[in-house]
Design a protein around this ligand. Structure first.
Ligand SMILES: Nc1ncnc2c1ncn2[C@@H]1O[C@H](COP(=O)(O)OP(=O)(O)OP(=O)(O)O)[C@@H](O)[C@H]1O
Ligand SMILES: [Mg+2]
Length: 231
């Protein structure tokens, strides 16, 4: 039997709805689940089922209506805005579908950005940024701007930016959704390697069965409820 790992994410009775005018749109309804440390979880489900909403709640980008989100012992739903922003910058690496790099900054500067919120010296920051860019295979592109990089390379810079702070959880919202098959494969291999070699806990939303195959566990979100895809 596998030795069970401690849960790094504990979600209890999480609910979220959006309001549009007088209309209330329930998105997540009383969701409860745990994610063990070092897990690679794929989150699937139809468009509009609330996958991004759930990811944003986990990452402290959006706030829930009710319920609890405990991440590595920290109850993030009760943190004040500035505390939450600080917590997020240290503990969450976010990978977006459209990379979200800052166009006027070089690859190096984009990756350095989250470190500006830490106490690291300039010299220490340089070491971390260079290491992260080396991990994603872009050590020779540090001075390039996003527009001078391919989509796959931009996503690799975004991954370097997501891991440079050595976050507690890595969340990815359709990280291969905008890429051709070959680049998507490279990105998936990289994410898989971060999980296997660095033990990163990964929560990845995807529509792509090939991407989900890399994960250890697939959960399916539909009509506000979460289930195992295998059921
Ligand atoms: N800021 C918002 N205001 C109002 N409604 C919203 C907002 N964000 C999301 N929604 C609604 O919440 C529901 C879930 O959206 P969400 O983006 O989480 O879905 P998703 O599963 O990520 O879909 P996709 O696969 O298309 O990315 C949708 O009905 C959407 O219209
Ligand atoms: Mg989405």
């Amino acid at each position: 039997m596998n030795q069970s790992k401690p849960d790094i994410v504990k979600i209890r009775n999480l609910s979220k709805s959006y309001r549009r005018g007088s209309q209330i749109i329930p998105v997540l309804e009383d969701i409860t689940f745990d994610i063990p440390d070092g897990e690679f979880l794929a989150l699937m489900g139809p468009s509009g089922s609330g996958k991004s909403t759930l990811l944003n709640l986990l990452a402290g980008i959006d706030s829930a209506d009710s319920g609890s989100i405990l991440i590595n012992g920290v109850e993030i739903t009760t943190l004040a805005e500035t505390e939450l922003a600080r917590w997020r910058s240290l503990h969450v690496g976010f990978i977006f579908q459209f990379y979200n790099l800052i166009p006027v900054l070089t690859a190096f500067e984009n990756v350095e950005l989250p470190l500006l919120l830490t106490r690291l010296s300039r010299k220490e920051r340089r070491v971390h940024v260079e290491t992260a860019l080396r991990v994603v295979g872009l050590a020779d592109r540090m001075d390039h701007y996003p527009s001078q990089l391919s989509g796959g390379q931009q996503q690799r810079v975004a991954i370097a930016r997501a891991v440079v702070t050595d976050p507690t959880i890595l969340v990815a919202d359709e990280p291969t959704g905008d890429l051709d098959r070959y680049s998507a494969g490279e990105i998936l291999d990289l994410i898989d390697r971060l999980n296997r070699e660095s033990g990163k806990t990964i929560i990845m939303v995807t529509h792509d069965p090939r991407a989900a195959e890399k994960a250890h566990v697939i959960r399916y979100l539909e009509k506000g409820e979460l289930s195992d895809a295998s059921q």
